[in-house]
Design a protein around this ligand. Structure first.
Ligand code: KG4
Ligand code: ZN
Length: 336
């Protein structure tokens, strides 16, 4: 019901997060701790370091958000934890803690698919100014670990329309940024560099543009950036601007195809860290406008990895009686 309180836990990649949400969408307390600094010197997320960091941070974080919410565990209706897809060590930490709390208080346990969390975030009451999108809508998930188009037709009813054939789009930003000598994670750095460049001075490929369906491929674009840098005849800012323009153009094209594959779509919802990119947002809002659907972008802190979305997916599932057993095993690979 609207009064049910759910604790959500997220530990599938390099963000440790916990949140307490009420069934009516009120966020009682939330916390997110990024492990970015611990992984930066390795130039990417190191799975064992991530798992150990989740174990070090999550229990005390749960105690903190419960205290801030002003409730005890007995006040909860359920515990929801990300159970995949993601790095298995981290998933085991979060799911294990969630199950422990569920056992101790006799609460239902909800094993949440991380992608479902992203898919349902826009439905949290009050989160999107234009109002929660109505099913079916299109989700474009653009993060460091995922790059896919999903038809969201109902709670538990998802159809993947397209995915990446190689890297995720955030990964492509990070690799291009690294080639340009920028720190990890490079997406935001590349966007800043691109602001002072001119995309027209450097021609780069636009992988899969115009192709049927809405799959993605980024490795050819990354290789083209590497070749252009090696050639040494272009300014880094111009290469960055051209890379970003190519990504935005491809994403717009893929989104247009995806919208054509879901004719009843009421909205184009974006999630993932890359949704923070201004050029990407502008390109996608152009597509949405030309197709007559709303572009829905939840606030960035709820677009990137967080536990509010996991608690919310838990509420949506609990409302439909979709609870899991304590035997549920975390899954590193778990397509929607
Ligand atoms: O969703 P997210 O925070 O985390 C996971 O992937 O789990 O996404 C992070 C990704 C990174 O690859 C980062 O470089 C990229 O999103 N990113 C951006 C921007 N901000 C974050 N890429 C392009 N432009 C940005 N402004
Ligand atoms: Zn994510």
């Amino acid at each position: 019901s609207g009064q049910s309180l759910v604790l959500g836990l997220e530990s599938s990649c390099d963000e440790t997060a916990a949140a307490v949400l009420r069934g009516d969408g009120t966020i009682l307390a939330e916390a997110v701790l990024s492990q970015e600094a611990e992984h930066a010197r390795f130039g990417g997320v190191v799975p064992e370091i991530a798992a150990r960091a989740h174990l070090a941070a999550l229990p005390a974080m749960v105690a903190r958000v419960m205290a801030r919410a002003g409730i005890g565990f007995d006040a909860l209706a359920a515990v929801a934890a990300t159970a995949g897809p993601g790095l298995i060590g981290g998933l085991i930490v979060g799911a294990g803690l969630g199950k422990g709390i569920a056992i101790a208080r006799g609460l239902p346990y909800l094993a949440i698919n991380h992608l479902e969390g992203h898919a349902l975030t826009a439905r949290i009451p009050g989160i999107v100014a234009s109002g929660a999108p109505v099913f079916p809508y299109l989700l474009l998930l653009l993060s460091g670990g995922h790059c896919q188009c999903v038809a969201v037709e109902g709670v538990g009813r998802y159809r993947r329309l397209g995915t990446t054939l190689d890297d995720a789009v955030g990964e492509a930003f990070d690799k291009a940024a690294k080639i340009l000598g920028l720190p990890w994670p490079g997406g935001p750095h590349l966007e800043r560099l691109a602001a002072s460049g001119d995309a027209r001075r450097v021609a780069l490929p636009r992988p899969l543009l115009g192709r049927d369906g809405c799959d993605f491929s980024w490795s050819g674009l990354k290789t083209a950036v590497a070749q252009r840098v090696a050639k040494g005849d272009a300014a880094a800012s111009d290469i960055a601007a051209s890379f970003q323009a190519a990504v935005a153009a491809v994403l717009a094209d893929r989104a247009a195809h995806a919208l054509a594959m879901l004719p009843g779509a009421t909205a184009l919802v974006v999630a993932g860290g890359v949704a923070a990119n201004g050029a990407v947002r502008a390109a996608l809002s152009g597509v949405a406008a030309s197709r007559g659907v709303a572009l829905v972008a939840p606030p960035i802190r709820l677009c990137t990895d967080n536990a509010v979305m996991i608690a919310w997916a838990g509420i949506e599932r609990l409302n439909r009686g979709l609870v899991d057993t304590l035997g549920h095993a975390p899954r590193p690979r778990w397509p929607l």
